[in-house]
Design a binder for this molecule. Structure first.
Ligand code: MEV
Length: 328
């Protein structure tokens, strides 16, 4: 058996186009992998200890894989839990101590773009290749979802599925089926994000309390979100630009009614529309984080408008899932 010296893999982030939050109640959602990726390099360390460095977060530490422990070198408190994903991913793939793991994240962090899922998915592929274990994409997605559940307590499989398989997916009711959508037209999407972070767990809880308090009001809203996602699936496949935009705007209004909108997100949503976006909405959990704006023919204008007060960039969607970058 040849010993692998180093392996680098990468996995993409994602954006939710339709159906966030409703998906927690078994409704369908549509999401796309985006062309911003995480890179995970694994190489041998001579002292038999395992060290991880997440460069963009300035977080690093030693992992004890046998005992499942982390000993941090440094890093801000709220960013440190990224090492939990790495630790659990390495343990899942039966990795033994003695590795240097270098992680580069080319995805805005804490913006709801799936950076922790991408770290998990790429770590699982890197360590399985390093250990000469053959995993199918479905197995990678399953293991990564388990890691997310272990770290977060609750998670839908959207992020890990997209990061593994890539493309644009329709996640059916109760996540029973994942359907890859065949989209032939370009979908020009801009992400606008604020430095304020949303806490997904807390936001999901806020919505839950509302649904429990006002079931007769909130359940029809969740049902409407389901209809929006189903109409959007058709509109995306048929390239019906007007309809895609209108559905995003309605979806945004309903997300606002769930209580996950913020002043910063609203400002980006309305300025994007004013500058010519056909539609714009919160993407992901809200409470900070990101919006998406659908802007055929108006990409530059919308980017420069949002960049005056927050951050915006164009994404290409429907990109390749997790992949091997290099190996020796
Ligand atoms: C967060 O990106 C999306 C939510 O629907 C939560 C989830 O699906 O796990 C808010």
């Amino acid at each position: 058996m040849l010993n692998t010296k180093h392996v680098t893999t990468s996995a993409p982030g994602k954006t939710i186009l339709f159906g966030e939050h409703a998906v927690v109640y078994g409704k369908p959602a549509i999401a796309a992998a985006v062309d911003r990726r995480v890179y995970v390099k694994i190489e041998k360390r001579e002292d038999n200890r395992t060290h991880v460095n997440v460069e963009e977060l300035r977080v690093s530490g030693f992992l004890n894989l046998e005992r499942g422990l982390i000993e941090f070198d440094n890093g801000e408190y709220e960013k440190k839990n990224i090492l939990e994903y790495v630790l659990k991913s390495l343990i899942k793939t039966n990795t033994k101590d003695g590795l240097e793991v270098t992680i580069n994240i080319d995805i805005p962090i804490g913006a709801g773009l799936g950076s922790s899922a991408a770290v998990t998915v790429a770590t699982i592929l890197s360590s399985s290749i390093y250990n000469n274990i053959n995993l199918t994409r479905d197995e990678i997605a399953k293991q990564a979802h388990q890691v997310e559940l272990e770290v977060q307590g609750a998670a839908s499989p959207i992020d890990t599925t997209l990061s593994t398989h890539g493309g644009v997916i329709y996640l059916s009711k109760d996540a029973e089926e994942i359907i890859t959508l065949d989209i032939n037209t370009e979908i020009p999407i801009i992400i606008g994000y604020t430095s304020k972070r949303g806490n997904t767990g807390k936001l999901v809880e806020t919505v839950k309390l509302k649904v429990e308090k006002y079931p007769q009001i909130m359940n029809p809203i969740l049902n409407s979100m389901e209809s929006i996602t189903n109409h959007a699936r058709e509109a995306l496949v048929n390239g019906d630009q007007q309809k895609i935009g209108e559905l995003m705007n309605i979806n945004h209004g309903l997300l606002d009614s769930l209580g996950v909108n913020t002043e910063e997100l609203s400002k980006m949503v309305y300025f994007a529309r004013k500058t010519g976006a056909l539609g714009s909405k919160i993407t992901g959990a809200g409470g900070g984080g990101s919006i998406i704006a659908y802007c055929p023919g108006r990409v530059e204008e919308v980017i420069s408008c949002i960049n005056k007060f927050e951050n915006a960039f164009k994404i290409n969607i429907s990109v390749e899932g997790v992949r091997l970058e290099s190996k020796e």
